[in-house]
Design a protein around this ligand. Structure first.
Ligand code: ARG
Length: 460
């Protein structure tokens, strides 16, 4: 076992069990690239500021490059005696170039180092999330365009409410995902701040140039308060919150796919490639992928709650509790990224059953509101019209018929303002196309919305 870099003050070696208990190397090793990138930038800055010599800096930078390659090849020692990725890299550095390697840790601490590493990592994750969300939106707009003429029942309370265009339904999800993408972009801006040089908590006595470090690492600004820099994890929490919202939206879409692919609905066929069979029932084709998307949403909520709870009682500044921030954030990143990637593959392979949807849309008095609106146009107050049509619907239910099966005489018994032209109203296509208010489901509005959505995606 190699000696700890902080061993100086200690008389006894760390208990083996404690070593295992306190180690984070098994999960923070994924940060190695960011850790090394940050170290290289810090080292160059130290040399540029005259804190270490240029010769020392080039030895360190070169060795760090080698360590990066070794790590890529899986050669870096990642056992718990290394504690964390920062220690592992630094130990290796000292092994390679001896004492001079010890100069790298001038004017920094692991507290600001981990804050830097996670910010660098989050920047990458956020960019990937944004890209994948935009791809999902494009996938949905493609489906909307392909199915622009398809009508299905719109639901409230999962009861038939009014007919809508499938494209309108799909574009509703686009709006949600556009907001998710926007949240990720905003989270990116707040994450994109450089903390290295805050040192343990109070800043450093060395004449460092943090803006120089920031420039090298592509950060537009430096953290304004060193204590904030090493204490807060709001950027991780914000990502987990934005991720939770995105997963919630994905989960609702998934729920609809599960429901719609059931024989009771039969609105959609999910491709075989995204379903699995049953080990006992030979006939089964189960929608496991959307089910798992719905299911994985639970752990994403859990990760958010874990981070909020982790941080709520911590006094400033760094506390070791904060080491527990990484697994929930990584899990949210991994889960969200893989879910978005699979969703992107699954969407184009969806086959909608137009006939089934239209049939369903025409059922269950979906045009009752339209009859009420018709009466309003003839001067009947809406409340009165609503009541009249309610009685008419109740009559039809008793008689086992639809509104359009009634004769004009029959209709007139409910209100004298009902005339022959009511029958032209009782058509689902025209019902859809009459809803021309902003954000409404008419083909005209939906076509505009489709264009606007595509333009929005382009502009991001
Ligand atoms: N592994 C630690 C973490 O993830 C790095 C910072 C450790 N700092 C310390 N003073 N022990 O939070």
């Amino acid at each position: 076992m190699s000696e700890k870099l902080w061993q100086g003050r200690f008389d006894q070696p760390t208990d083996k069990m404690v070593e295992e208990y306190t180690a984070s190397i098994h999960f923070d090793s994924r940060l190695y690239r960011y850790d090394i990138e940050g170290s290289i930038a810090h080292c160059r800055m130290l040399a540029d500021c005259g804190i270490i010599s240029h010769d020392e800096a080039s030895q360190i930078v070169q060795a760090l490059g080698e360590i990066r390659r070794e790590t890529e090849r899986g050669e870096l020692n990642l056992d718990p005696s290394q504690e964390d990725i920062h220690m592992a890299v630094e130990q290796r550095l000292m092994q390679k170039i001896g004492e001079v390697g010890g100069k790298l840790h001038t004017a920094r601490s692991r507290n600001d180092q981990i804050a830097l590493d996670t910010r660098l990592y989050m920047r990458d994750v956020l960019l990937q999330c944004r890209r994948l969300l935009l791809d999902v939106i494009t996938g949905l707009t493609d489906l909307a365009e392909k199915n622009l003429h398809v009508i299905l029942p719109g639901f409230t309370h999962l009861q038939h409410a009014q007919p809508v265009l499938l494209a309108h339904h799909l574009l509703a999800y686009c709006e949600m995902f556009l907001r998710d993408e926007e949240r990720m972009a905003q989270c990116f801006n707040r994450t994109n701040v450089m903390p290295l040089g805050s040192a343990a908590l109070a800043g450093t006595t060395f004449p460092i140039d943090m803006e120089r470090t920031a420039r090298q690492l592509g950060f537009p600004r430096v953290i304004r308060n060193s204590m904030d820099a090493v204490s807060d994890r709001d950027y991780l929490i914000e990502f987990c919150a934005a991720g939770a919202l995105a997963m919630m939206h994905i989960s609702r879409l998934s729920e609809e796919l599960v429901l719609w692919s059931s024989p009771e609905f039969d609105f959609v066929e999910i491709s075989d490639a995204f379903c699995t069979g049953s080990s006992i029932m030979p006939q089964k084709k189960n929608p496991d992928v959307p089910e798992l998307m719905r299911g994985k949403t639970g752990r994403i909520y859990g990760n958010l709650m874990a981070l909020l709870t982790l941080t709520k009682g911590l006094p400033l500044t760094y506390n070791r509790d904060l080491q527990e921030d990484k697994e929930p954030a990584f899990d949210t990143a991994d889960t969200l990224l893989s879910t978005l990637a699979v969703l992107n593959k699954m969407l184009p392979a969806l086959q909608f059953h137009e006939e089934k949807m239209v049939q369903a849309a025409a059922q269950s008095f979906a045009l009752a509101t339209d009859v009420a609106d018709y009466l309003v146009l003839k001067g009947v107050p809406f409340r009165k019209a609503h009541h009249v049509v309610g009685q008419l619907v109740s009559h039809c239910i008793r008689e086992g018929k639809d509104l359009s099966d009634c004769t004009l005489d029959e209709l007139k018994k409910f209100h004298k303002a009902l005339e022959e032209d009511i029958f032209s109203i009782l058509d689902i296509r025209s019902a859809v196309d009459r809803r021309r208010s902003l954000g409404g489901t008419s083909t005209e509005r939906v076509r505009e919305a489709l264009e606007a959505t595509r333009a929005d995606v382009e502009s991001r």
